[in-house]
Design a binder for this molecule. Structure first.
Ligand code: SAH
Ligand code: SF4
Ligand code: F3S
Length: 441
């Protein structure tokens, strides 16, 4: 009998792509492929690409260039490129032209077709380029091979309708569509049966969950429903758009015991003027009021964020407003990004682009502020007793175990392997810049 063939998937970008990769892996397992831990041994290499910022695309080009050598060595190697970057206009043709050795190019809307494309390439030694420009309905029941045990990501809605003026996601992921609550619940029950303890509900804007569904349900209702799943220990969710985070959702987070007190609430900018140009639909004041409400209603809540520096037209005053907001809200952590022009988005056409050197200077100032505050927030944990879900051995020191607090902070500690997969209480003995140290109590 033939030895099983090997696949290797490289995934860039966010959890949306990560989930698609898990589905591709699931389909390949059904075709008797095994996963390889390196590119060199693989019979099939898949690049799942992201295009949210220019540097994400540059990485893909760089890595594709290197694959040429592998293909020269092994002409039977099948190379597939898929993901968000392929959904951009003329990209598929561009990739085929520049990297003619690529066998399959597909987009984000036809992942379920992959086995057919693969068969075609294997049998006919031809190449396949197929991009669907629009999303079809949601395809349920696809096989999935998950990358982690214990923690799983479950997408509750696909696409985005918000069209922030800098962002490519709505163009490459299509319009917003929600999964039926029973499909989500069944998937989670199945996960729990298989030993999963924590799930993260995913969507570009989870707070608008439920629109267009037959059953009347919103995100707060979904949280309450899932909170009843027996055996599940923790529920997380990402991402919350500030304009749609209602009191009802805040109450659900506060009241549901499994729902963790961590809200990722991208602000993007602290200047009302820029927020308007970004089409974010809230003001600086709205955001600060919302953050305060979260802090008052949800005990010990962690708030994290995304911030863009150097959006077109950003003045010193706009940037100061951002710095000042960061200090006011006191984020537990923040992802900071340099604004990157995305062809096809409205902001790419703005004529008041910010020079790179100014962008970088502002970026460094922001990062310094963000890090100081993160450290201060971590320090507040010293001496406190917190609940941890123990995930396994620490990556950096395998004599230690690691887990996360309900607020998402990483804690390293000495303990017994029996506690892996369980909730335990730890006393935090030391705060470091990006993690905590604890001991069992
Ligand atoms: N749906 C989520 C996140 C989407 S992309 C949300 O609305 O918050 C993740 C982050 O990438 C965004 O929050 C934004 O901060 C950043 N981002 C998106 N487009 C960008 C661009 N053109 N340049 C720089 N950062 C960008
Ligand atoms: Fe992009 Fe805005 Fe949609 Fe987030 S909400 S994915 S930033 S368009
Ligand atoms: Fe990138 Fe697509 Fe996510 S563009 S950030 S992988 S939705």
């Amino acid at each position: 009998m033939d030895k099983n063939k090997l696949f290797f998937i490289e995934t860039w970008g966010c959890q949306m792509n990560a989930e698609d990769s898990e589905k591709l892996a699931g389909m390949l397992k059904e075709l008797n492929y095994n996963e390889s831990d390196n590119r060199e041994d693989a019979d099939l290499i898949i690049f799942n690409t992201c295009c949210v910022r220019e540097n994400a695309e540059l990485k893909v080009y760089g890595n594709l260039g290197v694959l040429k050598k592998l293909k020269d060595k092994n002409p039977n190697l099948i190379i597939t490129v898929c993901g968000c970057m392929m959904q951009q206009r003329d990209m598929a043709e561009h990739i085929k032209k520049r990297f003619p050795f690529v066998d399959i190019v597909m987009g984000t809307h036809n992942t379920q077709m992959f086995p057919q494309y693969l068969k075609k390439v294997e049998n006919e030694r031809t190449s396949v380029v197929e991009i669907w420009d629009k999303e079809e309905g949601i395809v349920e029941g696809m096989p999935i091979h998950r990358s982690y045990d214990m923690k799983a990501f479950v997408t509750i809605m696909y696409g985005c309708n918000n069209f922030c003026t800098y962002c490519i996601v709505p163009y490459v992921r299509g319009r917003e569509r929600s999964r039926k609550p029973e499909d989500i619940e069944n998937e989670i029950k199945e996960l729990v049966k298989n030993g999963y303890k924590e799930i993260t509900l995913l969507g570009q804007n989870v707070n608008s969950y439920g629109k267009g569904l037959e059953e009347e349900i919103n995100f707060a209702g979904l949280l309450r429903r899932l909170n009843n799943v027996e055996g599940l220990l923790r529920i997380r969710f990402m991402t919350s758009h500030p304009k749609d985070l209602t009191d009802e959702v805040i109450d659900a987070i506060a009241e549901c015991d499994k729902v963790c007190e961590h809200i990722h609430l991208p602000v993007q900018s602290g200047s009302t003027n820029l927020l308007k140009k970004m089409n974010r639909c809230y003001t600086r004041e709205d955001y600060i009021t919302l953050a305060n409400k979260i802090k008052t209603r949800i005990k010990d809540a962690a708030i994290t964020t995304d911030i863009i520096v150097g959006f077109p037209g950003e003045t010193e005053q706009d940037f100061d407003d951002t710095l000042n907001l960061v200090k006011k809200v006191e984020y537990d952590s923040a992802f900071t990004f340099l604004y990157s022009i995305r062809e096809g988005t409205p902001a790419a056409e703005y004529t008041d682009q910010i020079p790179d050197d100014i962008k970088h200077k502002r970026f460094n100032r922001l990062l310094e502020t963000v890090n100081l505050i993160s450290e201060k927030k971590n320090k507040e944990y010293e001496g406190k007793i917190v609940e941890i879900l123990v995930e396994g051995r620490s990556k950096h020191d395998n004599t230690k175990l690691m887990g996360r607090t309900r607020t998402g902070k990483l804690v390293n500690f000495k303990g017994s392997e029996d506690s892996i997969g369980k909730l335990i209480n730890l006393k935090i003995t030391k705060a470091q810049a990006f993690s905590l140290v604890g001991e069992e109590v």
